[in-house]
Design a protein around this ligand. Structure first.
Ligand code: FBP
Length: 303
């Protein structure tokens, strides 16, 4: 029993015991167990970006068995993936490693204007496969966002009813320029929307110093957003003043120093953790384990 974990779970008072139990499982697994910090390995990029873009840099990653083994070896809190990857490993990992079934996905083969993921699996699949949570992506900024919000609301209710928490990937995109997708005002807004929809854990991209919305510019005059740590602090504030777990994505593969620099700022800013895909599984196994350990150490130092 960890005081830090229980303090976080107190922010979810009123949730049903199944949801709380699964959040407790996530927070009490792996090298960061009990610290209140989490590092998750997500491997949906084969679907989202395509197989070669995802796995050619480290071909063992084509094998679904590779990723949960990496997550266990590195001591991650959980492993998130679409139906096919989870189905092929669940018999071996259910109960050993918190599995997060990503229940919607989109490919990179269509147009960018009204992005909207397809439902690719269900709450029933998550239960059948022994998962600890479901994951769902919304695209605030898409012409289809309201449909996604409504679908998410229904899905959260369905998952909650059977004791499963929902992790929401909140990724602004669609009717906006690229630089707006990670603008601080947009990222904070995306975190807020996910929390308002009932997300138990929210995932956003690390924000830049850009304030995109004209209507928001004045409000940001006195909000410190000069450093990444300050921007993270603001996003955490936007997630119910830190009462919801907010984690940050790793992004496209980059050098080790750049990854650790970014994580160090996220940790300093009070981020709860990271969900690091390409920067982990596109490295060799030994390098990925080492990097994930270094990332975890940075979070542990701020716990
Ligand atoms: P990465 O660490 O590889 O960025 O993974 C995090 C993630 O959210 C994945 O779950 C998802 O496939 C990917 O980012 C989406 O990236 P993008 O928004 O660049 O398409």
């Amino acid at each position: 029993m960890s005081d830090k974990v229980e303090k976080i779970l107190a922010n979810y008072a009123g949730e049903n015991p199944g949801v709380i139990g699964n959040l407790r499982r996530l927070l009490n697994t792996g090298r960061l167990a009990g610290t209140g910090k989490i590092v998750i390995l997500p491997v949906d990029q084969g679907f989202e970006h395509g197989p070669a873009r995802s796995f050619a840099p480290n071909p063992p990653g084509y094998d679904p068995a590779y990723h949960p083994a990496l997550a266990v070896e590195a001591g991650c809190n959980g492993y998130a993936a679409p139906l096919g990857f989870i189905e092929s490993i669940a018999y071996e990992y259910a109960g050993r490693l918190p599995l997060i079934l990503k229940v919607n996905n989109s490919d990179s083969l269509g147009g960018p204007d009204t992005p909207c993921s397809a439902l690719t699996s269900s709450v029933d699949d998550a239960l059948r496969l022994g998962c600890a949570a479901i994951g769902y992506t919304i695209y605030p900024g898409s012409g289809l966002r309201n449909q996604m919000y409504q679908d998410l609301r229904d899905l959260i209710n369905e998952a909650r009813a059977v004791g499963l928490p929902t992790i929401v990937w909140s990724y602004p995109r669609g009717d906006m320029p690229k630089e707006a997708e990670t603008a601080i005002d947009v990222a904070a807004y995306a975190a807020q929307i996910a929390c308002q929809l009932g997300a138990h854990v929210v995932k956003v991209k690390p924000p830049t110093e850009v304030v995109f919305q004209d209507a928001a510019k004045k409000s940001y005059e006195n909000v410190p957003i000069g450093t990444l740590a300050e921007r993270i602090q603001h996003v955490v504030q936007a997630a119910f003043n830190g009462k919801r777990i907010v984690i940050f994505s790793g992004g496209a593969a980059k050098g080790t120093e750049a990854v650790l620099e970014e994580i160090s700022e996220i940790a300093k800013g009070g981020g709860y953790g990271s969900i690091v895909g390409r920067n982990a599984f596109q490295r060799s196994n030994a390098d990925a384990v080492k990097l994930l350990h270094d990332i975890m150490d940075l979070y542990a130092a701020q716990a």
